[in-house]
Design a binder for this molecule. Structure first.
Ligand SMILES: [Zn+2]
Length: 137
């Protein structure tokens, strides 16, 4: 291998502050990063997939749900995550024409699926809009 970039990364295994599931939509990446930091969540296992909660709540293929759940379980097993945040967002390409309420309902449904699979996790639900991040109750 040929070194393409030098950067010193920490070598010790960490305990994750949270496992985070969000869409990969770049428009919300900075807001999510700042939101997590504001809540004191630095070391996160961030699962970024198009549609976020859709892969759990309304997957195109059943195998999508299993794959995402396996990532969540890996975060618990490898990095002792005790907390999970699931974030949906407005104008998501995985939800063409859908209302924020529809996306929020899928986030809540995804949270129930995670709680059933990993009862040890505390799961929080959020919706990212263009003016900030909203808690889904
Ligand atoms: Zn999206």
């Amino acid at each position: 291998m040929e070194k393409a970039f030098h950067f010193d990364s920490p070598a010790e295994v960490y305990k994750a502050d949270a496992c985070v599931l969000s869409c990969f939509d770049y428009r919300f990446i900075l807001a999510i990063r700042k939101f997590l930091r504001r809540r004191g969540l630095g070391a996160v296992d961030h699962i970024q997939i198009p549609g976020s909660a859709k892969a759990l709540a309304a997957p195109d293929r059943e195998s999508d749900r299993d794959f995402v759940l396996s990532m969540v379980c890996a975060s618990v097993r490898l990095h002792a995550s005790e907390r999970m945040l699931i974030l949906g967002h407005n104008e998501c390409g995985a939800y063409p024409g859908a209302s924020p309420e529809t996306v929020a309902a899928d986030v809540a449904r995804a949270a129930e699926i995670v709680r059933a699979a990993e009862p040890s996790l505390t799961v929080e639900c959020y919706f990212c809009d263009f003016d900030g991040v909203y808690r889904i109750s």
